[in-house]
Design a protein around this ligand. Structure first.
Ligand SMILES: *[C@@H]1O[C@H](CO)[C@@H](O)[C@H](O)[C@H]1NC(C)=O
Ligand SMILES: *[C@@H]1O[C@H](CO)[C@@H](O)[C@H](O)[C@H]1NC(C)=O
Length: 437
């Protein structure tokens, strides 16, 4: 019954492309509080890690001073638990006064001054997932206006505590309301998660019209099991979700957990590689103040980022799932290039995998392959060449493959060449600066 009513309502909501405002032509990159810092509001006992303006200022400092911003990591995103338990006397959301004493507009200025952008969180429903004030249908307009007035650049709109009918109305309404503010804001919709993630309950064409990105599936947790579970969902359902992605419209398998407690070094590289293949948002949730050099190197890998940010914006797919527990992922890129990921699903043994590019459906011809994590280039490759990759347990080998005839130096677009860029203005031409492999 519920399902049929849902379908009827899909047809009733007027088609709108209210949010085609040119934002997120490549997947967003940045940092979000949730997976690492959750709903820690105990600033008395844990002042460095509680959800407060200090935490977001600290992360903005790190993003702007440690080379992240120049690589494209630009959004600093607040998740749940930032508000006071009551709206103000005019019905507006307000930050918790003890944890955000200077207010959100002030935090936005701090973040903008560092060449970064501010994201915020709200929930389509009677309350947020953690029980803070929600955004019911009658509050959508005022909340969009409030966010715009503060200088917010990105909204994550969660969906706890609402039903399918309210979501069906609320997500498009918020899209319109954001557009009506006149302030360009990126719009992340959690809607699909709440209706099962798949057609016919989810209309990916409509989502692409109204949202820049959307969470399709469960929240990520700090473990390899969680990463695998998410990747399995996206690949099992790739026929439904992969075509939905493109410039300005992205599937979101959730945050990068690299640098936390749950992943080994190999698993960290695997998450980075798979998120690049999936054209996923690269939104870290970790502690940038204490990040290991190893995690930093993975997250700042320029070629992995370049693959993720490829301007064609075609999401990759799993090509092969072997009985030997090896999987091969592929993503087509600009300049006749492509990315390959060989993933070893054994957690306890390395694996030698033998194949050729022709077995992976490459056309006849000569190729070169740059190994994204070792930095070595394989030359003398033709479609027919049999080669062997050695893949660590729960690890990957990731290749950037390009035609041998491509004149050198090969250019991967999507990032700055230099780490030493001071002016926030330069962020604007992020997409125009070639990266030389
Ligand atoms: C509002 O929507 C129109 C039409 O899609 C678009 O041209 C414009 O850039 C949008 N404005 C904002 C602020 O999102
Ligand atoms: C999905 O949404 C689009 C608008 O983007 C609409 O044209 C189409 O009819 C919808 N499909 C279904 C099955 O409701």
């Amino acid at each position: 019954m519920e399902f049929i009513r849902t379908l009827l309502l899909v047809a009733l909501v007027p088609a709108t492309s209210a949010l085609d405002n040119g934002l997120l032509r490549t997947p967003p990159m940045g940092w979000m509080a949730w997976e690492r810092f959750r709903c820690n509001v105990d600033c008395k006992n844990d002042p460095k890690n509680c959800i407060s303006e200090e935490l977001f200022r600290d992360m903005a400092d790190r993003l702007s001073e440690d080379g992240w911003r120049e690589l494209g990591y630009e959004y600093v995103i607040i998740d749940d638990c930032w508000t006071s338990m009551q709206r103000d006397k005019d019905g507006r959301l307000q930050p918790d006064p003890s944890r955000f004493p200077r207010g959100i507009a002030n935090l936005a200025r701090y973040i903008h001054d560092r060449g970064l952008k501010l994201g915020i969180y709200a929930d389509m429903g009677t309350g947020t997932c953690m029980g803070y004030p929600g955004t019911t249908l009658d509050k959508i307009e005022i909340d969009a206006q409030t966010f715009a007035s503060w200088g917010v650049d990105y909204l994550k709109f969660d969906g706890c505590n609402s039903n399918a009918i309210e979501q069906m109305m609320g997500y498009p309404l918020m899209s319109k309301a954001l557009n009506s503010t006149g302030r360009p804001m990126a719009y992340s919709c959690s809607w699909p998660v709440y209706v099962g993630g798949l057609p016919p309950n989810v209309n990916y064409s409509l989502l692409g019209d109204i949202c820049h990105l959307w969470r399709n599936y469960n929240d990520i947790q700090d473990s390899w099991d969680s990463v695998q579970n998410i990747v399995d969902w996206f690949t099992t359902n790739q026929d439904d979700v992969q075509p939905a992605a493109g410039p300005g419209r992205w599937n979101d398998p959730d945050m990068l957990i690299i640098g936390n407690f749950g992943l080994s070094s190999d698993q960290a590289r695997s998450q980075m590689a798979l998120w690049a293949i999936m054209a996923a948002p690269l939104i870290m949730s970790n502690d940038l103040r204490t990040l290991s050099n190893e995690a930093r190197a993975v997250l700042q890998n320029r070629v992995a980022i370049g693959i993720n940010q490829d301007p064609r914006g075609v999401q990759g797919r799993r090509l092969i799932q072997e009985k030997s527990h090896i999987e091969v992922y592929w993503r087509p890129l600009s300049h006749s290039a492509s990315a390959l990921v060989f993933l070893n699903r054994h957690q306890d043994m390395p694996y030698l995998y033998r194949t050729s590019l022709s077995k992976l459906k490459y056309q006849t011809g000569g190729y070169k392959a740059y190994n994204v994590f070792s930095g070595k280039t394989v030359t003398d490759l033709t479609d027919a060449t049999e080669f062997t990759v050695s893949i660590n347990p729960s690890g990957v080998v990731m290749w950037y493959v390009y035609p041998a005839k491509t004149s050198k130096p090969l250019q991967v677009r999507g990032m700055h060449k230099s780490h030493r860029i001071a002016s926030p203005q330069l962020q604007k031409d992020k997409m125009n600066r070639p990266f030389v492999l």
